[in-house]
Structure formats: C-alpha cells, structure tokens
Design a protein around this ligand. Structure first.
Ligand code: TXA
Ligand code: MG
Length: 395
C-alpha cells in the first residue's frame, strides 16, 4: 500500500462568497485560517470550548498558552455617529467584566481602544464568566483585539461571534504572513484558508495588560510601537511580571505573560543571531568562545551558510561574510534594503521561512538595531531573539 498523499486545505478567495463559506464553517465549529494585518490567524468559534480544543490540537499548542479573541463591529473610526465606544461594547457583549475598575482605568482603556482599534493592539482585561476557561488557560483575564484587515473584519461579522485566533503556525514555529505559509504549516489539518494576500504589518499585535487602577504592562512588543501607546497613556509602560500565576482554581502552569516564552518563531535549522552587525564584529570570531558552537557547525564538510543581513549594504556584506565567517552564503537576503523598520517587519517571517527552506544548513542573522527601544524595531529584535533562543551569541 502506498501512503496517501497529504490533503491540502481549500483556498478561498476573499470574495463575498468565500467569506460566507468560511463563516459557515466557523458556525459549524470548524477552523478557518484568516488573514489579518499582522499575521494569518487560525480562527475558530471563540466562545465554544470544542472549537477552542480543535485550535490547540491543530497547532499542537500547550493549553497553558491562552488565545486572543478577535472582535469586530462598526467603530467610531468607521462612522462618525451612532456607535458606542469599544469598551462599552465589550461589556455589552459580555466579553469583559470590569467590576471594581476605577474611572481612570476605564478612561485609559477607552482612550487606547479609540486610538488603536481596529489595529494591532491586543488588550488583556478581566474576563466575563461567559468566556470559556480554555480560551484564557484558566486565567481570570482575556486577550481581545479588533483587527483592521477588512477580510478579517468581514469574516468575524459574518460569523456573528468573536473568533479565537492564534497565529496559524505549529506551536513554536515561524508565524505565517501569506496563505501558502499556512498551507505548508497546517494545510493537512484544517479545511479552509481565506487568502487575503501578504500581511501588511508582518509581526503580531502588541499585547498590553491593563489593571483596575489603570496600570499598563507591555506583555509583547508588536505592530504598534510602545512609544505610541505611552503617548496616549502619558506615562511609561510597565515591564511584564516574571512569575507565572495560578488560575482561579489554583491550577498551576498558566503564565501571566505567555507571549514571553523564550523560544518561539523558530526555524527548523540551527539559527544563530549575531551580537552586532557583521561589519562591527572583530575579525577573529573563530577564537571567541561564544562563537564556538556556530563555527563547529559551519566548519563541517557539507555545511552551507544562509545569511540574513539587517541593513542595506549587501555588496560589502558579502565580502565581510567571507572574512568573518570563512565562507559565502548559499542563501543571502536583506531584511530591509532601505533600512526601515516597516519593511523589515513585513519581510521578517517570510525571509526566515525562505532561509529555512533554502539549501543552507546553518542560518545566521544580524541583529536589528534601529528603533529598538520604543518603535517597531523592538518587535523585530524580540522575534529574532526568540527565533534564535537556543543559539544566542553574546560578546
Ligand atoms: O497579531 C496577533 O496578535 C495574531 C493575529 C492572528 O491576530 N495573533 C497572535 O496570537 O499572535 P498568538 O496566540 O500567536 O499570540 C497571542 C499571545 C500569546 O503570547 C499569548 O500567550 C498572549 O497573547 N495571551 C493571550 N491571552 C492572554 C492572557 N489572558 N493573558 C496574557 N497573555 C495572553
Ligand atoms: Mg503565535
């Protein structure tokens, strides 16, 4: 008997019929991959435990890592009149429960949502009992976002319910920014992919947790620069807590900031992140102890190097590459030919995936060094670090 060939998911065009077909599948409890402005999400009925279980199973995601609920309705940005503010709408729809919240905390949440929704901001707020514990891994709060991708919004509205949607990749792997990435990650496991073309932002949403007194913690840097959020808050964001907390039943394991899992977004091949750009590194790298694991791999007889430069200067990078690492790359790409963070974020996951699928056997990247403290650069460098968590080089 020959093994049967793997089944692919059906690609749906983002037409009215495509969206309606996808919405039907969601209402029937099935999973659909949908485009958002950040990355593709693996969507399922957000308030149905059985659909949530399917998401965890398809991704092989541990149930201690909670999901984001995606919502959509007309906001004040869509139309000038006749719509309530997003926080009131979240309460009215029984998704969040803000008992004991100070007026100032409410005002902060309202301001953030009015400014950044729809868009790549996820807010973590106290959950309404109606939200299944499985969605939040037993935590008393729920992560919610309103994407700005028109196909995602149309799908959520056609489905008529909040959609839980983690990035549509297998757990720990590179996030998908095109429909074909989803096909190769999950095509055998899901029925439908809505193809909305390449994602515009390219890195996931910024996750902020708000407390009842208005305190705001940055749980994951992402598509909206922290500085823009701080401008609305009028004060700096707090660092995330380091300790996992227990769920309401005292169940251990759920982490308060699970987005901070150290290894994530990882290629399959060994992937090393340099401590500075190639040109800024000393010439005698092979003699530096922290570079030993990398040199052990690139000196193997059939080793082939894949390289991701951060900046524009590819021409000179090629010669510096031979000089510093002892060989040219069989696959070489530049994160942002113009050196800007917007392009780098857009291209990041796609290029990591391309390198992973190239003929290279060892992957090396330069760090991203622009807009690193407050801007989108923070999210790019965060993803590079987590993708290389097993192979970090320090000087
Ligand atoms: O841009 C995005 O946010 C994409 C698109 C598809 O919307 N989604 C996404 O989902 O990145 P996911 O599951 O890959 O990442 C969600 C992050 C995780 O790090 C998760 O641990 C965190 O949000 N999160 C979810 N619920 C949480 C909660 N109740 N408390 C703290 N962190 C939470
Ligand atoms: Mg993810």
């Amino acid at each position: 008997m020959t093994p049967s060939s793997p089944k692919n998911a059906t690609l749906l065009s983002p037409s009215r019929e495509g969206i309606e077909r996808a919405a039907q599948a969601l209402r029937a409890g099935e999973l659909v991959a949908m485009p958002t402005e950040t990355v593709y999400g693996l969507a399922g009925a957000g308030l149905e435990a059985s659909a949530l279980s399917k998401i965890f199973a398809a991704k092989e995601r541990p149930t201690f890592d909670p999901l984001i609920l995606h919502v959509s309705w007309p906001t004040p940005k869509d139309s000038a009149s006749g719509v309530t503010d997003p926080l009131t709408e979240l309460e009215r729809r029984d998704l969040v429960h803000l008992e004991g919240w100070s007026p100032i905390a409410r005002e902060i949440a309202q301001k953030l949502l009015l400014e950044f929704w729809p868009g790549p901001l996820t807010l973590v707020l106290p959950k309404h009992p109606r939200v299944p514990d499985l969605a939040t891994s037993g935590l008393p709060h729920v992560a919610i976002r309103m994407p700005r991708h028109p196909v995602a919004r149309a799908l959520i509205e056609a489905a008529g319910m909040p959609l839980a949607a983690p990035s549509a990749n297998r757990f720990g792997r590179i996030s998908p920014t095109r429909a074909e990435h989803v096909q190769s990650e999950l095509g055998e496991r899901i029925g439908w992919i809505l193809d909305g073309g390449p994602c515009e932002v390219g890195v996931e949403s910024t996750v902020i947790r708000l407390g009842s007194k208005g305190e705001a913690q940055l749980l994951r840097p992402g598509g909206i620069p922290a500085a823009e959020i701080e401008r609305i808050l009028g004060c700096p964001l707090q660092a995330p807590p380091l300790q996992p907390i227990a769920g309401p039943s005292g169940s251990p394991g759920a982490q308060i900031a699970p987005g901070l899992l150290e290894s994530h977004y990882a290629p399959r091949k060994p992937f090393f992140l340099l401590p500075s750009t190639l040109a800024d590194l000393p010439e005698n790298l092979a003699s530096i102890r922290s570079f030993q694991p990398l040199f052990q791999l690139i000196r193997k007889p059939n080793a082939r190097l894949g390289f991701l430069s951060s900046g524009p200067d590819t021409g000179s990078a090629k010669s510096v590459l031979s000089l510093r690492l002892g060989q040219e790359a069989v696959a070489h790409e530049v994160l942002s030919p113009e050196g800007d963070a917007l392009t780098a974020a857009q291209r990041l996951f796609s290029l990591l995936r391309w390198l992973d699928e190239s003929s290279a056997s060892v992957l090396v990247a330069e760090p991203w060094t622009r807009e690193i403290h407050t801007g989108l650069g923070h999210a790019i460098q965060d993803r590079l670090k987590r993708a290389s968590a097993r192979n970090q080089i320090t000087l």
